[in-house]
Write a protein that binds this ligand. Structure first.
Ligand code: SAM
Length: 264
């Protein structure tokens, strides 16, 4: 297990001096988040993450078996750990999409979003809140899957992902007029866009290897659901987008990934 030297990373990623200074707060663990013993129980205020989407072919070799429930069960150890480290009233935001593929000659939609929503409540007691529908702007029209212009065997194209939102227990409480809470406020314009159910945000550029989300996604979620000085965790960190943005926003970022995408 490695704890990466964040200052070295900041330098190699050409992050500005200002960010570099702030970035001292981030911790990256190059290991599986099914065991996050480095993180104290009840010490994380917000989790912003995006796991490998189950049944997406790209990840077959990591999962080992092409089976919907098997793949979700492999991730569940991480969700258990997330529940342990989260404070009472803490929030988990999970960016995930459904998967479509043919298995045994049968084209099918695998409902990752529904599975996770149902089981986070059933097994962890987390409260599902209204999710965000993230429409990624793309220059390419969606390819139609079917035979030309004739019914009935066409398939609807998938053009969005979800950001599922869960809360552990009751909403968090702060002392009246808490200065840090007020210092972390958003504007009315930001609130009107961020708390609407559909977000239109372009995907991250050049992110195919790491499957990164764009910084705008963790930026909004961190400002919506945490205050300055609090701790933000990403248990499936990829290129540590969440940790980098958390640092920039004056939060303590903690990242885990089995792959180290950080340049040596
Ligand atoms: C969709 S990517 C995350 C991308 C990230 N949001 C970003 O912006 O770069 C999912 C990541 O989960 C990691 N992963 C899968 N299983 C894991 C586990 N058990 N523990 C830690 N990381 C894991 C994969 O290596 C992959 O980098």
């Amino acid at each position: 297990m490695d704890v990466v030297d964040w200052l070295g990373l900041a330098e190699s990623m050409h992050i500005s001096t200002h960010q570099e200074k702030e970035a001292k707060r981030m911790r990256f663990y190059n290991k599986s988040s099914t065991d996050m013993k480095e993180v104290k129980t009840g010490s994380v205020h917000l989790i912003v993450t995006s796991p490998m989407y189950c049944m997406v072919e790209k990840w077959d070799s990591v999962y080992g078996l092409v089976d919907f429930e098997w793949q979700h069960n492999k991730l569940f150890g991480t969700w258990l750990e997330c529940n342990r480290v989260l404070v009472e009233g803490g929030i988990i935001c999970v960016n995930i999409g459904d998967a479509t593929r043919s298995v045994n000659g049968n084209f099918e939609c695998f409902p990752n979003c529904a599975w996770l929503t149902f089981n986070m409540k059933k097994y962890l007691g987390l409260t599902p809140l209204v999710p965000i529908i993230w429409k990624k702007i793309s220059n390419r029209p969606n390819a139609f899957l079917g035979s030309g212009m004739i019914p009935p065997n066409g398939y609807v194209s998938q053009d969005h992902e979800m950001i599922l939102i869960f809360r552990k227990g009751s909403p968090r409480r702060y002392p009246p007029k808490d200065p840090k809470r007020y210092a972390s406020s958003f504007t009315k314009e930001e609130r009107d866009v961020w708390f609407s159910q559909t977000w239109t945000v372009p995907g991250a550029r050049g992110a195919s290897e790491t499957s990164s989300f764009p910084e705008e996604i963790p930026y909004r979620l961190i400002r919506m659901f945490s205050i300055e000085g609090e701790t933000v965790l990403d248990p499936f960190a990829g290129a540590c987008t969440t940790g980098i943005v958390a640092d920039r926003l004056g939060r303590q970022g903690i990242c885990y990934d089995i792959i180290n995408y950080i340049p040596e």
